[in-house]
Design a protein around this ligand. Structure first.
Ligand SMILES: Cc1cc2nc3c(=O)[nH]c(=O)nc-3n(C[C@H](O)[C@H](O)[C@H](O)COP(=O)(O)OP(=O)(O)OC[C@H]3O[C@@H](n4cnc5c(N)ncnc54)[C@H](O)[C@@H]3O)c2cc1C
Length: 307
């Protein structure tokens, strides 16, 4: 028997969640691509998130967590089951030591960086231009300009699919280049603690603006994308390899290799997931034929018929 999504939606609303049925994910991803999620559910707090996990488990409904959707390529067929977002929650909290910030997972990385700056705490400047949430940043071990979440993350609070909560030190996440154990365990990040160092606000702000300036200069921020499409291959740069293979401007449908930064695949209007995947394959093949390097996507393909 099929899942009664309207019934499930009603029950989730009864537990305090906000629910959108058959919601196009194109409206919730920075790529502006993706078919409908059966249910897009926003949990306002941990109790609501636990209720969502338990109701879905009882009915065998898959749950996928999403932050700001800035590292996702969602299938044109959409996502089966529940796509779960955690609300941004309250302002981050500063611990009595004056250097540790606690922040909920749904909070934006950019706002966290501004909070740190305003409190004269250094270490998160690298992350200022990363457009995701704290949860997505921890999951991906997001990084830029020589910094990464692993450098400043102290601990995380996690919830498993049974609604059980545990707090673990950052080392237990085995954070590596765009990797965390969360990719295997499927646990939700509820909140994170960051250990920072005191510094002058002006110096911190200066570094943040410098990194942001470099992004604006080098990245095609005027087009929808999911950031760097490919992971950095050892000892090389994806953008350099793609440019060397003469692939800047290569297009499939509305998807195009950016002229400004060859590491970005952009949506120039109406691109489908299928366009992006075909373009990705062409880039992978042609770079491999030229340089013998197989580029792996950093962007996460999700949804029907993607796994
Ligand atoms: C213009 C642009 C520039 C970018 N620059 C960078 C950069 O410099 N460095 C970099 O690393 N990335 C960059 N990115 C990619 C992206 O912003 C990061 O990967 C970011 O950390 C993703 O966060 P998100 O909240 O959008 O996660 P999403 O894209 O929504 O999700 C990413 C993954 O995290 C999981 N996830 C999300 N929230 C949670 C949670 N609470 N608990 C458990 N799992 C969760 C999802 O299931 C998914 O698998 C860029 C993207 C864009 C569009």
């Amino acid at each position: 028997m099929g899942v009664e999504y309207t019934q499930l939606a009603m029950e989730l609303r009864g537990r305090g969640c906000m629910v959108l049925e058959r919601e196009p994910m194109a409206a919730h991803t920075s790529f502006k691509i993706g078919g409908p999620a059966d249910l897009l559910v926003t949990a306002p707090d941990e109790n609501a998130a636990a209720a969502a996990f338990s109701l879905c488990r009882e009915r065998d409904v898959p749950v996928m967590l999403v932050g700001n959707g800035t590292n996702l390529l969602v299938s044109d067929g959409g996502i089966e089951g529940v796509v779960l977002r955690l609300e941004a929650g309250e302002e981050p909290g500063l611990q009595p030591d004056g250097c540790t910030i606690h922040c909920s997972a749904g909070y934006s990385v950019k706002r966290l960086c501004l909070f740190a700056r305003d409190h004269g705490l250094a270490g998160l400047e690298f992350a200022y231009g990363i457009p995701g949430t704290v949860g997505g940043g921890v999951f991906m071990n997001a990084g830029a300009y020589g910094g990464q979440m692993a450098d400043v993350l102290l601990s995380v609070r996690l919830m498993d699919r049974y609604g059980r909560i545990r707090e673990i030190p950052a080392e237990a996440l085995d954070l590596g280049y765009r990797h965390s154990t969360l990719m295997e365990t499927g646990e939700a990040v509820l909140s994170a603690a960051f250990q920072l160092k005191p510094d002058s606000r002006t110096a911190i702000a200066g570094r943040m603006e410098d990194f942001m300036g470099r992004r604006k200069e080098k990245q095609p921020l005027e087009y929808p994308s999911a950031g760097s499409f490919f992971k950095r291959p050892p000892g090389n740069f994806a953008g350099t390899l793609i440019e060397r293979a003469g692939l800047k401007g290569l297009a499939v449908g509305g998807a195009r290799v950016s002229e400004k930064h060859a590491g970005f695949i952009i949506n120039t209007g109406g691109a489908t997931c299928r366009d992006v995947l075909e373009l990705c394959r062409q880039v992978q093949r042609r770079v491999f034929d030229r340089d013998g390097v197989w580029l792996e996507p950093e962007v996460r393909p999700v949804g029907r018929e993607m796994e």
